[in-house]
Write a protein that binds this ligand. Structure first.
Ligand code: ANZ
Ligand code: ZN
Length: 822
């Protein structure tokens, strides 16, 4: 064995051997229980960052640990390879997106391999390759046939710089998530997925996600945003028109003093046409549309309204109230019309104050009178007043009674509303999966027949950001023949949101080379659902919600047998440097490549796993990396000294108290590491347990000239086995140095003997007049009296006090005995 730990040599050596022997190839070993360990696949931006290293190191510990525990583990990796950056690179540098993407993948795959992650590379999945996007298109057609994909004209978020449509989720505080430009609105015919059909189930089944972090479940719940309320119809005075409002507070209906429509509400134009209010209304609508949704609804936005010359009639009071339009009412929520109750809604209160509208309280705290002048809206619960037959009731009771009354009179009904919108999947971009639809003048919208899939992306396109998909300017792509009538027809030129590609990749991993199907049913039945999914919390809403949606649609189509794809979810924290997220713009990036070159993959992995529990943010520390490196060197030297027998004196058969204690530490460490990994993913405390064991082993070897050979061998072997999931290369090398010929990674995970973890002897100190004279092992179970007796019975102790008068003895169990003499 070499004296020096040369990580570079070891790591490349074992990576090659593992590769050659197919160590990480998934064996379809059905006799074992299965375990699907999945990490969110990366976008191939070109280089791994520390966030990736963290994500994948965590996943690798789980996969290796479960393998050693006897599971048949699926641990795959792939590439979320469509998307804007490739196209931007094409525009900027003239490199075709495919070439740019595939060479990035090449580079990042090598970086992942250099880190020694246990992926089965034969299962690699790349979403931008035709053998994958063929099936993405096939899934689109499945959704289409099930009535879950439809096209409609809608005002979409439009980034003027990227020249593309953005999903609501890609608009952050009114700005484009990618480039930061102010996002505007634009009317376009767009494809949508009808995720709203699944809103109820997506919400209800959150309760099945027992292994998900609460914060993620809460985010999904809020995103789906279910609320209960009522729709109420108000007649427009002197016309036949009606306006339906959605309210969560029908109990406040007697307090309505105005009504507000969204500027885009279809009635606005009709009611103002040819009136004195027309010009002002038109101008107002244009101004409101220039603002985006977030700006319009945010609390600090000034609520702007405009009276449009019309009144509506409160169906319960018969009272005439003025009709406004206002920027804070959104067309695509509820019905796009709101009944204004200034006494009980702060937003309405502000609006009423600004436009001098009456404020009429209809709920008061029990036993109080309404104030003469209200300072702010009263939004809490209370007792009904000014509300006709409902006076005196608690408002929550009145709410249900009023809904019943509205239903009886045929002027309203109780309803449930969701904040969740349908998923806009169209992108006017080249680098995505083409939507497999053909438009024929005679036959209309025709889905591409399955046998014609994939609709291939053409190579001969121009990348000018014109606002149209480059595909629209590529005649060889655009012009086709109608599959139904054979006449000339045009292809859909929008491509799909890349979130579609990532909503089913975990199914493809189960049978990645299936040529006839997106995924083989038997493979999916065996491997799914994923036991452990690991990724960034930034995907808490979209990716995870879309994947759940896909699973439910496939379940309904009879293609899979589960409804929830991910049983357990771990969201890892960020990697920070100097308290801030590592980012190019902040210039605080530490490159994984550099760290691996300087210290090796095992050190990089060990540091990142040791520096913080997986869910917490992790502060980068150069000293921490040094520390991890020193620790691995210390382990190396320990095993080196042991196998080269340098400092050995005698190996014996009998067990001394020190041997028993070493054995106890070995078994306690196995227990701690096992529990920390399997119960809590507390890799940091698992690693510190291993560190403590290494210290104990050094001491044991230092202090004991005679050591029980079985105890020492068990300690050494266990140490290397426990280290294997964290630092796989050094563990493999040391395992072989310890004399084994099989891979450490195929060994069974060490088991602890509960009886051995009990501390039966402890080291105690013997003092005479407060001075330490001797250390000895004593039974751990002794109380103070028993320990005093035990100490005084020892020959060596008797020698210490020979010829002296014992004044007093103080014994502290498990610690010390102090003998006071004269
Ligand atoms: C009258 C009322 C009185 C309301 C009151 C609230 C308090 P959630 O809970 O989020 O579903 N609203 C309805 N449609 C709207 C739209 N398109 N744009 C903006 N606001 C809208 O919110 C439902 C409440 O938000 C509804 O209940 C309505 O105001 C408003 F004391 O109706 B409420
Ligand atoms: Zn046709």
């Amino acid at each position: 064995m070499k004296e020096k730990y040369s990580f570079k040599e070891i790591e490349t050596k074992w990576q090659k051997i593992w590769d050659d022997m197919g160590l990480h190839k998934v064996k379809d070993n059905r006799s074992k229980p299965k375990y699907y360990a999945l990490e969110m696949f990366p976008y191939p931006s070109g280089n791994l960052h520390m966030g990736h290293v963290r994500n994948y190191s965590i996943g690798d510990v789980v996969a290796r640990f479960k393998t050693m525990q006897g599971y048949n583990v699926l641990h795959p990796m792939g590439w979320d390879a469509f998307g804007l950056p490739a196209e931007n690179a094409a525009i900027k540098h003239g490199v075709p997106p495919a070439r740019w993407t595939l060479s990035n993948i090449e580079n990042m795959r090598n970086q992942l391999k250099r880190l020694g992650f246990s992926y089965d590379w034969e299962r690699e999945v790349t979403t931008c390759l035709p053998d994958y996007y063929k099936w993405t298109q096939w899934l689109f057609l499945l959704f289409y046939k099930r009535g879950l994909a439809y096209k409609k004209k809608s005002a979409v978020n439009w980034c003027p710089d990227c020249m593309t449509v953005l999903a609501n989720e890609q608009v952050v505080n009114g700005a484009c998530e990618r480039c930061g430009a102010q996002v505007g609105k634009k009317e376009l015919a767009q494809w949508f997925f009808k995720i709203t059909d699944y809103a109820d189930r997506l919400l209800k089944d959150i309760e099945l996600l027992k292994g998900w972090p609460d914060k993620v479940k809460i985010m999904q719940e809020n995103w789906i945003g279910r609320s209960e309320g009522a729709e109420v119809r108000f007649k427009v005075a002197e016309t036949d028109d009606e306006i339906t409002v959605y309210t969560t507070r029908p109990d406040t209906i007697y307090g309505v003093t105005f009504m507000v429509l969204a500027p885009e509400h279809p009635l606005v134009e009709k009611l103002t046409r040819g009136t004195a209010y027309e010009a002002a209304a038109t101008e107002f609508v244009q101004k409101a549309q220039a603002l985006n949704e977030i700006a319009r609804t945010s609390g600090d936005n000034e609520k702007e309204g405009l009276f449009i010359g019309v009144h509506v009639i409160n169906p319960l009071t018969g009272e005439k109230i003025p009709l406004y339009i206002a920027n804070y009412v959104l067309m695509d929520y509820g019905t796009g019309a709101v009944m204004g109750v200034p006494a009980h809604d702060q937003r309405d209160f502000d609006f009423a104050t600004k436009y001098n509208l009456p404020i009429r309280p209809v709920i008061v705290p029990e036993g109080t009178e309404p104030p003469a002048v209200m300072e702010e809206a009263f939004e809490a619960q209370g007792i009904m007043i000014n509300s006709g037959p409902f006076n005196g009731l608690p408002n929550e009771e009145a709410l249900n009674k009023i809904i019943k009354y509205l239903e009886e009179k045929g002027i309203g009904r109780g309803t449930v509303n969701f904040r969740l919108r349908d998923w806009l999947i169209s992108r006017q971009r080249y680098w995505g999966a083409p939507i497999p639809i053909i438009y024929c003048d005679k036959c209309g919208t025709v889905p591409v027949p399955e046998e014609q899939l994939p609709v291939m992306l053409p190579d001969d396109v121009e990348f000018k950001p014109t606002g149209q998909s480059p595909l629209a300017e590529c005649p060889s792509f655009l012009n086709t023949t109608c599959p139904t009538c054979g006449g000339p027809a045009k292809r859909e030129t929008d491509t799909m949101d890349t979130f579609i590609c990532s909503s089913w990749y975990f199914l493809r991993y189960c049978s990645p080379h299936a040529a006839e199907v997106a995924f083989e049913r038997a493979a999916v039945d065996y491997w799914m659902p994923v036991e452990q999914y690991i990724g960034g919390v930034e995907h808490a809403i979209l990716h995870l919600l879309y994947s759940r949606f896909f699973a439910k649609v496939l379940y309904d189509a009879g293609l899979v047998g589960f409804e929830e794809p991910f049983t357990n979810l771990l969201t890892q924290g960020m990697v920070l440097k100097d308290g801030a997220k590592m980012s190019k713009s902040k210039g605080n990036v530490v490159s994984p490549e550099e760290i691996v070159a300087k210290y090796g993959a095992d050190t990089a992995r060990l540091f990142i796993l040791f520096a913080a529990p997986p869910e917490r943010d992790l502060e980068w520390s150069d000293q921490g990396v040094e520390g991890a490196f020193r620790f691995l060197n210390r382990v190396w030297r320990l095993v080196y000294n042991y196998v080269s027998g340098l400092d050995d004196t005698a190996h014996v058969e009998e067990m001394s108290p020190a041997d028993r204690e070493m054995r106890r530490i070995t078994h306690v460490t196995i227990k701690r590491v096992t529990d920390d990994i399997s119960q809590r993913f507390n890799f940091n405390t698992a690693i510190s347990a291993i560190m403590e064991m290494v210290n104990a082993l050094y001491q044991y070897r230092d202090k004991n000239e005679k050591r029980n050979s079985a105890v020492e061998a068990e300690a050494m072997n266990s140490l290397v086995l426990l280290l294997a999931p964290f630092a796989p290369h050094i563990a493999e090398e040391l395992w072989h140095e310890l004399g084994f010929t099989d891979s450490v990674h195929t060994q069974p995970w060490p088991k602890y003997d509960p009886a051995a973890t009990v501390q039966d002897e402890v080291e105690i100190v013997i003092q005479v007049n407060g001075k330490v004279k001797e250390r000895m092992m004593a039974p751990a179970s002794l109380d103070a009296g028993g320990l005093q007796q035990f100490a005084m019975d020892q020959e060596s102790v008797q020698k210490l006090i020979e010829g002296k008068q014992v004044v007093k003895v103080v014994a502290v169990p498990k610690k010390l005995v102090n003998i006071v003499v004269k």
